[in-house]
Design a protein around this ligand. Structure first.
Ligand code: ADP
Ligand code: MG
Length: 844
């Protein structure tokens, strides 16, 4: 479990023991947010979880003890939804299974039964994994790469069980297994969480308030100070390093008294705080320092631990294994690739990643191990692309005249970017291979018309098209657009050939649509999940469009695809795909980018306001409405299970309509309304019967009302960047200057990095890049889509340079030997298969 979550758990338990008196932390639980938030973010905890923690702990103080108990319980449940390993109680380790007791044996004389015995069964599926640092869907590829390497020339000892190590008995082996290690090979690939660089220490004298540092010192004094009438205590430790001394405080951890010994050297890491004008550290992480580390100026690895295992113990075991076996791992990567990409050998990389001799060699080790991951990923992506292109796709050629006539009936001229995307699509249709294309364009860039023209090409060739959107509001909007574009004046289609199929469609209409799709009288169906229901069958489905593809899972896309025979597939997204992802996760798709906005659009001005400045925001809203525009006021969806989202919007809706804007017409839209009610409100807003739409994030995706020019977002700090950008894209669609106002929950959040980024740029790419960096691929894409990208341990998915390097090599190799059938690639082929056997490739 991530240390920040571990901390939460610790304090929640303490709080439980204290009967929810809000005393687990001095000054109340909310105090821990000061550092926790940053820590959690640094560990990549999802923004949703962070915000849930922040909001609960902030309001914690006000609750009754019962309410507090409920609140913490609910919060923990919420955390466990995202981090299942947090949900499990730290299980008491069961008694070791009855198995022949294996005496620990020194490594140098492995037991014969380990030598060349069959490889240990992969236990990923049967073993509880709650202690892993990260939830993982796929087995870690690289541990397999070693574990399974027994067929190659890698020493069989790497498959040996950990009990062959001196000092590792069945119990310790069990603990190590919880960390994902079953064999010596696994250990090599259990990388440090971070390093302590004792060559870069800061002397105590030069520490500054707010520094986050590692300090090394000798313990000068240890005191246990009772507080609150002796019910609780603070341990105060003073350490000194010759340049000065600093005090460390540990609250309510009396057992530490016995651990800190005067004269011992320890290293502590954490934030420098101040108390009564003096610098202090509150509950910093600490560990005893081995004198040897100091003397050799070592960069010392810090591993993630589990119960009953200490850092020093694990480090010692690691040192043994790495020293003996890292150099023995046979390198799967051919020499020519290593040379071309300037990579160190696998042996060197595995040695240096654990016990680096210098920062420079550590960097090279990271580079090599990261390269491997991206390289296999790229090879797989290329193979997948080739597989998809190995089947036939029906040809739909159209003449320039025909297309020109279609374009002539549009109410506008396509932008140059739309024209390019359309040309790509047209070429795909005439290629004889199934289209597999991602059209990516910022909100409002005009993707719909491109999809509609694509559909009309297929229909002109006598086949059918299906368009799937994530919400019924959006499906309906597309439906209207398609009707206008294709069945309006000069259009080639009848209205009845284009149909809308959503959840709320009446049963008789559904039946008629199913019938029409089956007999071919309906050419285009537009809908939500309803179109992938099993009873929806097509006569000849040849074109599948998926809008806002990040909202759908792989299975749903496969489902829709399977309704035709090798249909052409077009997926559309408004989330700009950073180049790094375009090359990796989306590398198997062809990509068209619509990076030009239709003419006449004015850039949206964005301001971050303090909560106290809300009146100013209202004034601006009112002024715009006076000018004939409309406005959105959006509230965050905090926690679906608690209906807070609905309440926030509903509560404020009352105030807004009765007190703030009594003279204006307000509409309310939230996720708890029935689809028909939602649609009614949206229609009213579209038809200008409503001036202000008060809503939760249900309007996030795709809604198009060009007359709205103000987007006011409440609780803006609770939204992710991509979401904010999506929301903002609801305005700025007409020719009038639009404004987006961001009001965070608390004043201090006005400096929030995301909000400032929003104010500084309208460029979806810049924001997406930042978003990816802040949240990581799993959150950015949704875990379903990020798939293997979330299992990368070493490679940074935003490292475009590394990605390009790996891609260049993968491409060259793929051209020479796509099947990896040449003998010199045998090892590589094995490693590659292992990497992908656990991964999910289909991201289309
Ligand atoms: P998105 O890419 O976000 O799905 P839409 O397809 O909904 O964008 O288009 C946004 C708006 O821009 C729609 O009102 C659409 O009619 C309009 N539009 C699309 N292309 C053009 C264009 N080339 N010129 C002017 N307006 C356009
Ligand atoms: Mg759209």
């Amino acid at each position: 479990m991530q240390p920040s979550l571990e901390k939460l758990r610790k304090f929640f338990r303490l709080e439980h023991e204290n009967k929810y008196q809000n005393t687990a932390i001095i000054g109340g639980l909310a105090k821990m947010l000061d550092y926790w938030e940053g820590e959690a973010r640094a560990e990549g905890i999802t923004e949703e979880v962070i915000q849930a923690v922040v909001s609960r702990l902030r309001s914690y103080e006000k609750l009754s003890p019962d309410g507090r108990a409920e609140s913490l319980k609910g919060l923990w449940k919420r955390i466990a939804e995202t981090y299942p390993e947090a949900g499990q109680k730290p299980k008491q380790v069961q008694a070791p299974r009855p198995q022949p007791q294996q005496p620990s044996t020194p490594l140098s004389e492995p037991k014969p039964e380990n030598e060349g015995s069959s490889p240990p069964k992969p236990a990923e599926k049967t073993q509880p994994q709650q202690y892993q640092q990260k939830p993982r869907q796929n087995p870690p590829p690289r541990s397999e790469a070693v574990a399974g390497a027994k067929h190659s020339q890698t020493p069989a000892a790497l498959n040996a069980k950990l009990t062959v190590l001196q000092g590792v008995g069945p119990k310790n082996a069990e603990s190590l297994e919880k960390l994902g290690m079953q064999t010596l090979g696994d250990m090599l690939y259990y990388f440090p969480r971070r390093y302590e660089d004792y060559s870069q220490l800061k002397p105590i004298q030069s520490l500054m308030y707010n520094d986050v540092v590692t300090v090394l010192g000798t313990i000068q004094s240890v005191h246990n100070r009772p507080i609150r009438g002796g019910k609780q205590s603070i341990i105060e430790v003073v350490i000194g390093d010759g340049t000065g001394s600093i005090r460390l405080s540990y609250f309510n951890q009396p057992w530490l008294m016995n651990r800190f010994k005067q004269g011992d050297a320890i290293s502590v890491s954490g934030k420098i705080d101040q108390y009564l004008g003096r610098l202090v550290m509150n509950s910093p992480d600490w560990e005893p320092v081995e004198v040897e580390n100091l003397h050799t100026n070592r960069i010392v690895p810090i591993y993630s631990l589990t119960e009953r295992i200490t850092q020093n113990w694990l480090r010692k075991q690691m040192n043994q294994v790495v020293t003996y076996w890292a150099p023995a791992v046979v390198d799967a990567l051919p020499d020519n690739i290593k040379r071309a990409a300037q990579l160190v050998s696998i042996g060197e990389a595995l040695t240096q990643i654990h016990f680096p001799d210098s920062q420079a060699r550590l960097k090279l080790a990271r580079e090599r191990l990261g390269f491997d991951e991206i390289f296999y990923l790229q090879m797989g992506v290329m193979r997948q692309k080739r597989d998809w292109r190995s089947v036939e796709g029906r040809r739909f050629p159209v003449s320039d005249e025909w297309l020109g006539a279609r374009l002539g009936t549009l109410p506008f001229t396509l932008t140059s970017a739309q024209q390019t995307a359309l040309a790509d699509i047209r070429a795909d249709f005439d290629s004889g291979k199934p289209m597999n294309r991602l059209v990516q364009g910022d909100v409002g860039s005009g993707k719909t018309v491109v999809a509609a023209l694509g559909a009309s090409i297929v229909v002109s060739g006598g086949a059918q098209a299906a368009i799937m959107a994530p919400t019924s509001i959006l499906a309906e909007q597309h439906y209207r657009n398609f009707i206008n574009l294709l069945a309006g004046d000069g259009g080639t289609m009848q209205q009845s050939e284009i149909r809308l199929l959503v959840g709320s469609t009446t049963e008789s209409e559904k039946e008629a649509i199913r019938q029409g799709l089956q007999d071919g009288s309906i050419k285009i169906v537009i809908g939500t999940h309803a179109v992938i229901e099993p009873d929806v069958l097509f006569k000849d489905l040849q074109f599948v469009v998926i809008d806002e593809q990040h909202r759908f899972g792989v299975e749903q896309r496969a489902e829709l695809r399977s309704k035709g025979t090798n249909p052409h597939l077009l997926v559309m997204t408004a989330t700009p795909i950073p180049r790094s992802l375009a090359l990796t996760v989306f590398g198997d798709l062809d990509i068209s980018v619509i990076d030009v906005m239709p003419e006449g659009r004015q850039p949206i001005t964005t301001h971050v306001l303090r909560p106290q400045e809300r009146e100013r925001a209202y004034t601006l809203v009112r002024a715009q409405i006076k000018n004939g525009s409309q406005a959105f006021i959006v509230y965050p969806l905090i926690d679906e299970s608690e209906k807070i989202d609905a309440r926030a919007a509903v509560d404020d809706f009352d105030t807004l309509s009765k007190e703030v804007f009594p003279d204006l017409k307000l509409g309310l839209l939230h996720g708890r309304m029935k689809p028909a009610e939602k649609d009614e409100v949206m229609v009213k807003f579209r038809d200008k019967e409503v001036d202000i739409l008060v809503s939760t994030t249900v309007i996030e995706v795709g809604v198009d009302v060009p007359n709205s020019t103000v987007m006011l977002i409440e609780g803006a700090d609770r939204f992710g960047l991509a979401q904010l950008h999506q929301l903002r894209g609801r305005v700025g669609r007409g020719s009038v200057q639009s404004t987006c106002l961001l009001i965070p929950t608390h004043e201090d959040a006005t400096e929030n990095e995301r909000l400032q980024a929003m104010a500084n740029t309208n460029d979806g790419f810049v924001l997406a890049d930042l978003d990816l960096k802040l949240r990581g691929p799993g959150e950015f894409l949704g875990t379903r889509q990020a798939g293997y990208a979330t299992t990368l341990k070493m490679a940074n998915i935003t490292d475009v340079k590394l990605i390009e390097k790996a891609r260049e090599q993968a491409q060259a190799l793929f051209e020479r030997d796509p099947e990896l059938s040449q003998p010199e690639h045998a090892l590589l082929a094995e490693a590659f298969e292992r990497f992908w056997s656990g991964g999910k490739g289909d991201v289309s």
